[in-house]
Design a protein around this ligand. Structure first.
Ligand code: FAD
Length: 457
């Protein structure tokens, strides 16, 4: 609980109506998309950079932890206030401040929901490429702080590739501005890159300038079904090896599609082991030629059925099937854990087969989905952490999955970050000197350790 004098000071900044410390609110902000819970002492809804700066000054003076939070959809415990403190909820600081198509950028507040930004940009024939499956409820602040990805990041790159500048409130309450609105800007250190992916541990992002891209002229969306998972994964490797970079190449295994079908009834066939959704976009002639080449490759790798979306509705329902996976599976058990290990694309077949073997060996119910073109593999595990025997099997399997990824020259996370969930595995990929440098950076920016404490640094 916050001391009365601190509470009074904070209320003077945000007013009574944007300050909460009742039990219901504290419970609601004690968890996110992972499985750990810990209550904050208060939840505040700032509306402006100046307010965040004033809040940080008070937190610094009284040594109170501060945890930035957007949609709370991260899957690694990144917003869980493990040491209590103040949650800054940015969902009310959600204005799109500028859309500039001439200079190809937009300026947004951190609480803007990704899908709302896409909607506004589409009105002027532009888009922001990063498209996490959570885009309907995750915020740009959260996307930036996690360096989020999504299906079309295969062709377009991840959130970090689109950040031109930021306004950041430091642990001391000082406000800094990184970058600018220029596509080219090499004036000094690229500080935006430091804050991107820092998971709220280095500063609080209160404004972001993002590069935007014109909408493509046309799309072709192919779906291919296979009798075995190895051929499904080999197709991904072959498409890229032939120099075709689709917009997205998403893989789903039979366990996933059958669970989705059982629970959402989207009309997916059941008798196959692997499914690929491959989309290409661009000018019509190039897109048609790529789609034909992809269909040929899929066939040569044993696809038993190759179909193409014939309308935008068909295209949307395919993407709905893919993007509903986490939501559907998470309704089937008290807990859902989505792992995020990533390998070079040449190792995708080995990784997919290896992950399925690990899950089966530990008798774990899980589907496998993957942003396969990026080597980003998501085993979606449904479990109950209260069943300690089962949870210990899940933890053992997760450790084996990370070990396998590293053996294949991969890494712990392609897009979900580290948070609490993967903290213990960091030494697998970051050596002591590198971890020490990260601690030095953290101490330089947040000497009292107030920003999102207990997380990966
Ligand atoms: C169904 C589902 C599907 C998903 N699909 C994807 C996917 O395809 N790709 C992907 O990358 N992720 C995906 N995720 C994970 C998650 O949605 C992303 O990590 C997203 O970027 C989190 O955004 P958020 O607004 O919910 O952030 P939160 O969960 O609220 O916060 C995430 C992290 O960012 C920090 N943070 C938030 N706002 C700020 C700020 N203003 N300043 C500083 N730090 C801040 C927090 O402290 C925390 O560490 C998915 C999650 C779900 C539940």
């Amino acid at each position: 609980m916050l001391k009365t004098n601190i509470k009074k000071q904070l209320m003077a900044i945000v007013g009574q109506e944007r300050f909460f410390d009742d039990d219901e609110t504290l419970v609601a902000y004690s968890y996110d998309g992972y499985v750990v819970e810990s209550r904050p002492d208060a939840v505040l809804f700032p509306l402006a950079t100046e307010e965040v700066s004033e809040i940080m000054k008070i937190a610094d003076q009284h040594r109170v932890p501060v945890i930035a939070r957007g949609g709370g959809s991260n899957l690694t415990g990144g917003t869980v206030p493990v040491e209590g403190g103040i949650v800054l909820n940015f969902t009310k600081m959600n204005r799109i401040l500028e859309v500039n198509t001439g200079d190809r950028f937009t300026v947004v507040q951190p609480g803007v929901i990704n899908a709302n930004l896409q909607k506004e940009l589409s009105k002027v024939n532009y888009f922001f490429p990063p498209d996490p499956s959570s885009m309907g409820f995750s915020t740009i602040g959260g996307n930036v702080a996690e360096n989020a990805g999504g299906p079309r990041c295969l062709k377009y790159g991840v959130t970090g590739d689109y950040i031109l500048g930021m306004v950041v409130v430091l642990a001391s309450g000082k406000v800094i501005r990184t970058g600018s609105c220029n596509v080219k800007d090499v004036t000094g250190y690229r500080l935006s890159s430091l804050f991107c992916g820092s998971e709220g541990t280095l500063g609080i992002i209160t404004e972001v300038t993002l590069r935007i891209v014109p909408l493509p002229e046309s799309y072709r969306t192919i779906v291919a079904y296979y009798n075995n998972l190895a051929d499904t994964a080999e197709t991904v490797k072959a498409v890229l090896a032939q120099g075709i970079i689709p917009t997205a190449m998403e893989l789903m295994d039979k366990v996933t599609t059958n669970l989705v079908e059982d629970n959402a009834g989207l009309g997916l066939p059941r008798e196959f082991e692997g499914m690929l959704i491959i989309e290409v976009d661009g000018v019509s002639e190039a897109v048609s030629s790529q789609a034909e080449k992809i269909s040929k490759i899929a066939k040569s790798f044993g696809a038993i059925e190759i179909l193409e979306a014939k309308s935008s509705q068909e295209r949307e329902s395919l993407w709905k099937a893919r993007k509903s996976v986490h939501g559907v599976l998470s309704k089937l058990a008290p807990n859902c854990v989505t792992e995020d290990a990533t390998v070079p694309v040449s190792k995708v077949p080995e990784m997919i087969i290896g992950v399925r073997a690990i899950l089966d060996r530990h008798n774990i119910t899980a589907g496998i989905v993957a942003h396969a073109g990026d080597g980003n593999i998501h085993p979606v595990i449904i479990t109950d952490t209260r069943d300690t025997e089962e949870w210990s099997r899940v933890e053992t399997a997760a450790a084996e999955i990370f070990k396998l990824a590293v053996e294949l020259r991969g890494t712990l996370s392609g897009e979900h970050g580290i948070g609490l969930a993967k903290k213990q595995f960091l030494p697998l990929v970051l050596d002591e000197n590198t971890r020490e440098l990260m601690s030095v950076v953290k101490k330089a920016l947040d000497p009292a350790g107030l920003l999102n404490p207990g997380k990966f640094v």
